[in-house]
Design a protein around this ligand. Structure first.
Ligand code: NZQ
Ligand code: ZN
Length: 380
């Protein structure tokens, strides 16, 4: 087991009626609030009205930036930060899925500085402060609600880039599973796939920590049990709560304690597909993972077979394990190959160029630029 420092300052507020505590919590951090949300689901569900009412009753001054898109872009981060600066906001409140929360993290880091937000993502500057961020999660998938990561696209730079900063952790995240009962079937499935993929990235990462293995297997099994049931009963509170909790645990830092790192190559390739073709994040992972496992099976065949055997509770060889995992994702309703998405203007050259710009690589198993064409061919 590796040495590690555990740090996670996010307070998690989980369960029914938990939003009753939102306004008093926001108030602790200031009176001027920037509310950030997506493209309309919060308005359609009535959540926007509920939150607005409670914040107004608490006499908070509200400013807002709506319209954050899935696979969020840097332009929205800049525009929202400008609104925040203009109104001297003291707190950022994100209401949405991973795209809204990631954007809100970048917005909260950008408001206090005078340089472009993108500088944080290229590493030109490192965040040293940020406005307090509070989130209301509406979609279980990314774990963004309890981690320090933000992933933002810059189409001009041809790069969907991750940022990790201790200043990006939300102060508080409010998770009412009821709020997620309106997530449509496809995004519910992508969320289940994403949380399983987070566990797989850790499973295939560097370093040996049996506790980590046990944790990720437990989270995967929880998702494998509750996920398919949820997809036949989308409004079921108990199933929503099981998936929501599993998704938070899958990427809040817990599972990598005692390891050197996860691998994350599949995520980085997935980001290329999302950048170029707006592929939903979870779907990008179910496309890339089977190909990635086939690509590396000579190096990590035993590890793949062990994962499959544990997941499906029978002894599987490496090829059987890959095919069972792939079929599980397909049964959820996720794509297994890029061609399943029916994207008309696909360009392998564009994918390869974005992979080079993104310096696609794994933190454990190294994928070389010379390997890119083969991997791409395998998942197309
Ligand atoms: O925009 P609105 O109208 O809100 O609709 C969204 C969007 O269309 C909708 N939605 C969200 N909550 C809903 C709902 N629809 C009905 N009812 C609700 N309660 O769902 C769609 C997808 O939302 P999005 O936020 O894009 O999904 P997700 O949570 O999967 O976030 C994906 C983004 O997070 C990044 C991904 O790369 C991607 O950009 N990730 C962030 C990570 C992190 N910060 O740790 C790690 C992940 O691996 C991932 O990279
Ligand atoms: Zn992910």
């Amino acid at each position: 087991m590796e040495n590690f420092v555990a740090f996670n300052p996010t307070s998690l507020h989980f369960g029914r009626h938990i939003l009753e505590g939102l306004a008093p919590t926001v108030r602790q951090y200031g009176d001027r609030v920037l509310l950030v949300y997506g493209r309309g689901s919060v308005k359609r569900s009535g959540l926007y009205d509920r939150i607005l009412r409670s914040l107004k009753e608490a006499e908070l001054a509200l400013f807002e930036y709506g319209g954050i898109q899935p696979n969020p872009v840097i332009e929205d981060v800049e525009a929202a930060a400008a609104v925040g600066r203009e109104h001297h906001v003291e707190v950022v409140l994100a209401v949405g899925g991973g795209s809204v929360i990631d954007s809100a993290k970048a917005i909260a880091l950008t408001i206090p500085v005078s340089h472009p937000a993108w500088d944080f993502f290229t590493g030109k500057t490192t965040p040293t402060k940020g406005l307090p961020l509070i989130t209301v999660l509406t979609l279980a998938a990314t774990g963004s609600e309890m981690n320090s990561i933000a992933v933002i696209s810059n189409k001009e730079a041809y790069y969907k880039a991750p940022l990790r900063s201790p200043f990006a952790f939300p102060k508080h995240s409010f998770l009412d599973p009821e709020v997620t009962t309106t997530v449509p079937r496809d995004y519910t499935a992508y969320g289940v796939a994403d949380l399983i993929a987070h566990c797989m990235e850790v499973w295939f990462g560097a370093g040996d920590c049996p506790m980590s293995d046990r944790l990720v297997l437990s989270i995967i099994k929880e998702a494998m049990e509750a996920g398919p049931l949820l997809l036949t009963d989308l409004r079921n509170y108990d199933l929503r709560s099981r998936i929501m909790y599993a998704a938070t645990l899958a990427l809040n830092g817990l599972t990598t304690q005692g390891k050197v790192s996860g691998d994350w190559c599949v995520h980085v390739v997935g980001h290329v597909l999302s950048l170029l073709y707006d592929v939903p994040h979870g779907a990008s992972l179910t496309i890339v993972y089977p190909a990635w496992m086939h690509f590396f099976k000579d190096q990590i065949g035993e590890r793949i077979a062990l994962l499959g055997s544990e997941m499906f509770e029978e002894r599987l060889n490496v090829d059987e394990a890959i095919s069972r995992i792939e079929n599980f994702f397909i049964a959820l309703g996720c794509p297994a190959k890029f061609r399943d998405l029916d994207i008309p203007n696909l360009s392998v050259d564009d994918i390869l160029e974005a992979m080079e710009i993104g310096k696609v690589n794994g933190m454990h198993l190294k994928l070389k630029p010379a390997d890119y064409p083969k991997l791409v061919e395998m998942f197309l």
